[in-house]
Design a protein around this ligand. Structure first.
Ligand code: AMP
Ligand code: MG
Length: 441
């Protein structure tokens, strides 16, 4: 390509890039600069809050636990008695305390209370001797008193007691805004007595496929045609991210049809994803439409698969600044390239735009079983199968085909082998970084 690739940062500065040379890390940084996190939020019941993004800090309205309570089934007593008894300590049992049924009386000196796990500590008691550690004597039939005996040096004052507010103190931050809510967070908010929670509204993401050769599953496959798989892959990847997917169907390789669908998408969505038509072929119109309808940030990456990738902003009004704006990712049409571009470039942007605090996906060092051909100057994401060997070391085998059209190898793989921008050919036995699909896909 002779035309230089240009991008304008949000501040409006214009920098020139060779499309072959825009490294993945630079593209990821530019994309995040263009992202504005969602401002709008809504209240949802706790049971609907899983995977939603917390809009405000959750402040604990109560102490958790609400009272000092026992961590064991045993006997609660005043731990000061321990210091006064060098050998064994014998206490009379003054009553019982159950979780939900506290002991309300006073505990006289030399007495204890039979206590169950979670029951509030009776007034004046701060220590619990577990029932396994005592010799208990059955109640005396004449006056009904039972006694327990245990070695005083086996315990310190305060043992086996959970303090009020030890989990969460009233007024403290229980969960921070920007968190993607997990099962434990839902339970934690329930433990605070909250019934609903303020979360960001869902990001609306419109997507469609382009290509005259595409047919939808269920239709007959005409000569020279293929089934549209990208729209299904994209819909599924979006659902995993808990955004609101808007399926705009298939669009012909026709500039007018493409422009009309892009404008409609910008009207209804925050982000627009397209697949296909983004390289430099005669039926590739996405990039030129992006230039007409808005601003182009970049249209080529030093990445494999996924070199052609158009990124920018389009406007529903037909040109920059008119109507409603949406970010546009013009993804490559090859099915594996679509997925790699989504995970490496689109996914972090959608997470940031949803208002979540992005968390880097962990990379695991693994010994590669096979040599890998790699050209320095681009980041490669090969499909691999990683496992731990008998010695507990991670090893990885590239899947047979690394063709960007071979979707079956994405299904076969369980990780990306991430080959850094500057890396060159690798020998069998070299260490590579592996990005496990679990947690990513
Ligand atoms: P393009 O970038 O439009 O030239 O597409 C590159 C390759 O990906 C071509 O072989 C297309 O047929 C194929 N392709 C494009 N879109 C899709 C799709 N939605 N599903 C499956 N394959 C596609
Ligand atoms: Mg095409």
């Amino acid at each position: 390509m002779t035309t230089p690739n240009t991008f304008s940062a949000s501040a409006g500065s214009l920098t020139q890039f060779d499309p072959q040379a825009l490294p993945v890390s630079a593209a990821q940084a530019i994309v995040l600069e263009w992202v504005t996190p969602l401002a709008q939020s809504e209240r949802v019941p706790l049971r609907d809050a899983l995977a939603r993004v917390l809009a405000t800090d959750v402040i604990s309205p109560i102490d958790v636990p609400a009272h000092d309570n026992s961590a064991m089934d045993g006997y609660a007593f005043d731990g000061a008695a321990l210091a006064r008894h060098a050998g064994t300590l014998t206490l009379t049992v003054a009553g019982k305390a159950f979780a939900g049924h506290p002991f309300m009386g006073t505990v006289p000196a030399g007495a204890c209370v039979r206590i169950m796990t979670g029951a509030p500590m009776p007034a004046g008691c701060d220590t619990v001797v577990p029932q396994e550690g005592v010799a208990a004597q059955a109640a005396d039939s004449s006056d009904g008193t039972a006694t327990i005996t245990f070695p005083a040096d086996a315990l310190a004052p305060g043992a086996n007691r959970r303090r009020q507010g030890e989990d969460l103190a009233r007024g403290g931050v229980a969960l921070r805004a920007g968190r993607v809510l997990r099962a434990s967070d839902i339970g934690l908010m329930a433990s605070l007595g909250l019934v609903d929670v303020e979360v960001k509204r869902r990001l609306r993401v419109a997507y469609f496929s382009t290509g005259d050769e595409l047919r939808s599953p269920g239709q007959p496959l005409d000569a020279g045609c293929i089934y549209d798989s990208n729209r299904y892959t994209l819909g599924a990847m979006l659902r995993r991210l808990d955004v609101e997917p808007i399926d705009l169907g298939r669009v012909r390789d026709d500039p007018e049809a493409l422009a009309a669908t892009l404008r409609q998408a910008a009207e209804s969505a925050d982000v627009v994803l397209t697949s296909g038509g983004v390289s430099v072929g005669e039926a590739d119109f996405t990039r030129t439409q992006l230039q007409t309808l808005g601003d182009v940030a970049f249209w080529g990456l030093a990445m494999r698969p996924g070199r052609p990738l158009a990124f920018g902003r389009i406007w529903s009004g037909g040109r920059a600044g008119v109507g409603r704006a949406a970010l546009l990712f013009g993804l490559p049409g090859n099915p594996v390239a679509t997925m790699v571009s989504f995970y490496q470039i689109v996914r972090p942007a959608l997470i940031a735009m949803s208002g979540a605090t992005p968390q880097p996906v962990p990379l695991i060092p693994a010994r590669c079983d096979a040599p890998i051909r790699k050209r320095a100057g681009r980041t490669e994401f090969q499909r691999g199968i990683a496992e731990r060997d008998a010695r507990g070391q991670w090893r990885v085998t590239p899947t047979g085909s690394q063709s960007s059209g071979a979707l079956s190898t994405m299904s076969e793989a369980n990780c990306f082998i991430v080959l850094a921008h500057e890396a060159a050919d690798l020998d069998a036995g070299d260490t590579v970084d592996v990005m496990l699909f679990d947690g990513l896909v």
